[in-house]
Design a protein around this ligand. Structure first.
Ligand code: CP3
Length: 358
């Protein structure tokens, strides 16, 4: 993997590491003064400041107004004292320039009005309008201007499988029947769909990197629905291509999925710099499956944030001990913060990570 190999093997962390470079250095497995920390869905409904903004704007309105998206991103990162800020956007935004309308229905999650089911549906999808997503880049520019080098700035997109599953199912899914039907029964449409998604996502990521994203996270949130055999047959190649094309833009890539214990080695073969781990296996076991030639991110169960401080601290320390000071660990949750999470517990985790000594 070119990025990792081209970097000098720093033997000791510099004495003063700016918070932003601490996160990026860890992505590249360079030594750092302490483990960097940020949280999946760190800006969201668990935070009063976000709920206040949401009273006046829909989710998509927030995403499309760079001033507001930047403010939401910055407010959350500053309130928590994390080492990285993930841009406030949504996985589904690229569907619109591809020609698919969607909305977020209260309590229902996303709904795509005319799901992609046939070859003709795939043919109709457009790949020439990624520039319509420039509003996300504008928000990144504002966040980058605000933080300068103090925090790492994370841009993101969905992985081909996960985005395709939303397009085909028309929303979230339990069994991914329609998605798997297309994979198995119409492999040429499936392949064309993934190719089109990649074309749009590479342009979208280019906009984000040019605007100041230091790292891109690729969310393959629902890839755990696939067996290892099907991951290899229907998802791996597209993920690998996206990872490589995003790295060619000059940034490290974090590749994240949930319920992926059986897929980790294969996910690492995409060449992603960092693999996101969920909480279902101990961090050291996940890291061993990934291989120590990659960094890892994770992996506290987000629901632990509802536990009393002693249990929370035990779990946080367990993860940090499992990482054992090896360069290339970024502390995070195994999946996103859920509504109702006490903000003070999230802040407490930041303090625990900052103060931890092996
Ligand atoms: O700080 C942050 O991480 C917020 C930025 C962010 C959002 N969505 C805003 C959002 C990010 C990184 C995402 C990514 C995203 N979107 C993923 C991948 C992450 C993951 O959890 O695996 C997925 C699968 C989506 C699609 C999506 N968006 C769903 C399924 C839902 C509904 C679920 C729910 O909790 O209601 C959303 C809505 C959404 N996107 C919210 C936020 C803050 C909550 C709804 C709201 O504010 O109305």
């Amino acid at each position: 993997m070119p990025l990792n190999n081209s970097l000098p093997p720093a033997s000791a962390a510099p004495e003063t590491i700016l918070d932003g470079s601490r996160f990026v250095r860890a992505c590249l497995r360079q030594p750092v003064d302490r483990t960097p920390v940020w949280f999946l869905r760190q800006a969201g409904r668990y935070m009063q400041e976000y709920r206040d903004v949401r009273k006046h704007h829909t989710l998509v309105e927030i995403c499309k107004q760079p001033e507001i998206a930047a403010e939401v991103t910055i407010t959350a990162a500053e309130k928590l004292g994390v080492d990285a800020a993930i841009i406030f956007a949504d996985l589904l935004l690229p569907l619109e320039p591809m020609g698919l309308d969607f909305e977020f229905q209260a309590g229902e999650g996303p709904v795509v009005h005319h799901p992609v089911r046939t070859t003709e549906d795939v043919i109709k999808l457009r790949t020439d309008r990624a520039a319509d997503l420039a509003y996300v880049a504008k928000a990144i520019e504002k966040v980058a201007t605000h933080f300068k080098d103090r925090l790492g700035i994370i841009g993101f997109c969905g992985a081909p499988f996960t985005l395709a599953s939303y397009m085909i199912e028309g929303g979230g899914s339990k069994n991914y029947i329609e998605t798997k039907k297309m994979m198995y029964n119409n492999p040429s449409a499936w392949k064309m769909l993934l190719d089109k998604i990649i074309t749009v996502l590479v342009e979208y990521c280019r906009l984000q990197v040019e605007a100041g994203a230091d790292v891109i996270q690729i969310f393959d949130s629902w890839v755990g629905a696939l067996s290892l055999t099907d991951y290899r047959a229907y998802a791996y190649e597209a993920s690998e291509r996206l990872v490589k094309e995003v790295q060619a833009l000059g940034v490290p890539v974090i590749y994240f999925g949930v319920e992926t214990a059986g897929l980790l080695g294969e996910m690492a073969s995409t060449g992603a710099d960092v693999i996101g781990l969920d909480w279902r296996q101990p961090l050291n076991e996940g890291w061993a499956s990934v291989g120590h030639g990659h960094a890892v991110q994770g992996n506290l169960d987000p629901i632990t944030l509802f536990a009393p401080q002693e249990i929370l601290q035990e779990r946080v320390h367990e993860i940090l001990r499992a990482a054992n000071g090896r360069p290339g660990h970024i502390f995070n949750l195994g999946h996103g913060i859920v509504p109702g999470t006490p903000v003070e517990n999230v802040q407490a985790v930041v303090k625990m990570v900052r103060e931890f000594k092996l």
